[in-house]
Ligand binder design. Structure first.
Ligand code: PEP
Ligand code: MG
Length: 326
């Protein structure tokens, strides 16, 4: 039985009518890669690099980071890896960075906003990534969605943020004579979802961070336990933002992933696939159930289900569709 389960986990998430959804694991260090692959992850859709900073008492050097990214590439043996640039601020505070205290850290200098203000953090990270790409990627490696290494920027709210960050990537890549890497952005602020068609021109892919997108769309602090039951990523308003993101990406032939918590929920994953999401990245232990659910589905039905979900009046009504569909 164990063998049968392992064989099942390794199967692709392909629906009955032949549509495949790529499945990644959310993995923060090379030691976690084997477990994620064993669960059936096909790559890493989100490496949260803030953990490299949180797990130690000082700032990792460019060489420290290079070693970690090289080890990730080695562990993945050519499978896709999406490294998210440092997303500090908000709930993730790092004492040794000495960041000013803010009244509303979730609305403050976090993610891309911090990277743009702190070249001492951005430069070594981008240099470490391009060095890892130069030394660790085969010249004939696939490009696009299957690229062995992609960079993703968190908390993007505006076009100048991504064009500036992209220019830094281009400069550093040229300095190091490194290969070109796909550059994506997190869609986790409503402004970015609404403007997805414009943002898509300036990046290679989107990954929707539903944890923050839900927080910012519903104005519920993601850490507030009192309001946790209301902070549902399947709220129709959030689903409509996801739909807008997919439509904006499609206009420029960009692919869309989701790396927030709802990607690891089988019903949530079904809706996301129906909305047109191409890749789902999740906690590795959630992979088998999501794959099994998608394999048991027809994409034509998921599209209809997702359309109905967007038309519901509240999250409870969306969730009630699960029983109705079964
Ligand atoms: C998200 O916001 O959904 C996300 C994946 O990023 P994080 O949880 O690290 O903020
Ligand atoms: Mg986030």
């Amino acid at each position: 039985i164990a063998e049968e389960e392992a064989r099942e986990r390794a199967l692709p998430a392909r629906t009955g009518d032949g549509h495949s959804v790529a499945i990644g694991g959310n993995v923060n260090n090379p030691d976690q890669v084997p477990l994620a692959l064993d669960q059936g992850a096909e790559g890493v859709g989100l490496m949260r690099t803030e953990f490299l900073f949180l797990e130690r008492g000082d700032t990792p050097s460019e060489d420290d980071q290079y070693a970690t990214y090289r080890a990730m590439l080695r562990a993945l043996e050519g499978r896709p890896l999406i490294v998210r640039a440092l997303d500090i601020g908000g709930d993730k505070q790092v004492a040794h960075l000495h960041l000013p205290k803010e009244e509303n850290p979730f609305l403050g200098v976090r993610g891309a906003r911090l990277l743009l203000r702190r070249p001492d953090l951005m430069e070594p990270q981008l240099r470490a990534l391009y060095r890892a790409a130069r030394d660790g990627i085969a010249p004939d490696a696939p490009r696009g969605k299957d690229a062995p290494l992609s960079i993703m920027f968190p908390m993007i709210t505006s076009i100048p943020e991504i064009t500036t960050l992209r220019a830094h990537c281009d400069r550093i890549r040229a300095e190091l004579d490194a290969p070109d890497l796909p550059i994506g952005i997190m869609i986790e602020v409503p402004a970015a979802a609404i403007q997805a068609d414009a943002l898509a021109k300036y990046c290679d892919f989107f990954s929707i961070g539903t944890n923050d997108l839900t927080q910012y769309a519903l104005a519920i602090d993601r850490q507030n336990t009192e309001l946790a039951p209301e902070a549902d990523s399947l709220h129709p308003a959030v689903l409509r933002l996801i739909r807008m993101t997919c439509e904006g990406a499609a206009r420029h032939q960009r692919w869309v992933g989701v790396c927030g918590g709802i990607a690891g929920d089988p019903f949530g994953a079904s809706l996301l696939a129906g909305l047109g999401v191409h890749e789902l990245s999740m906690t590795p232990r959630d992979v088998p159930a999501v794959k099994a659910r998608l394999r048991a589905s027809e994409m034509s039905e998921l599209r209809a289900l997702a359309a109905r979900a967007c038309d519901q009046e509240d999250a409870a009504a969306v969730r009630a569709l699960e029983g109705a569909a079964a």
